[in-house]
Design a protein around this ligand. Structure first.
Ligand code: SF4
Length: 125
């Protein structure tokens, strides 16, 4: 029995609507893609969806209370919640450098800081 699934391609700003026809969990046709990258995206999304994760991690004694972080490559979509939960439990000590590895192995990716957060100067007095 065949089924139809639709995705919006997120590879480029055109946002093509991709229509995937699958039979027994196998993609047999992809329509709507403006280029071959969309076809590959639809197949990947259907069989093993992946996501790059962007979030923030708390920083102790920093100029800012949090630092923005991201995974260095996409991770399985069904692992995103676990990773977000794990990152929510972390508190870094300032300073945090841009590119600093926050988590070394996050489902096949690294989590790195995407900005610098310096150490907060103690208030005089
Ligand atoms: S299918 Fe190609 S043109 Fe369309 S959004 Fe995806 S990458 Fe862009």
């Amino acid at each position: 029995m065949s089924r139809i699934v639709e995705y919006t391609c997120i590879i480029c700003p055109s946002g093509c609507l991709l229509r995937v026809e699958a039979e027994e969990n196998r993609v047999v046709k992809v329509e709507g893609a403006g280029c071959p990258r969309g076809v590959e995206y639809a197949k990947q999304e259907f069989s093993d969806p992946m996501r790059i994760v962007f979030t923030v991690v708390r920083v102790r004694n920093g100029e800012l209370p949090t630092v923005s972080v991201k995974t260095t490559r996409p991770i399985p979509k069904n692992k995103v919640f676990n990773l977000m939960k794990m990152l929510a439990s972390i508190e870094l000590e300032a300073p945090v450098e841009i590119g600093e590895i926050i988590v070394g192995d996050a489902y096949g990716a690294e989590v790195v800081a995407t900005r610098r957060v310096g150490r907060r100067e103690p208030v005089a007095g």
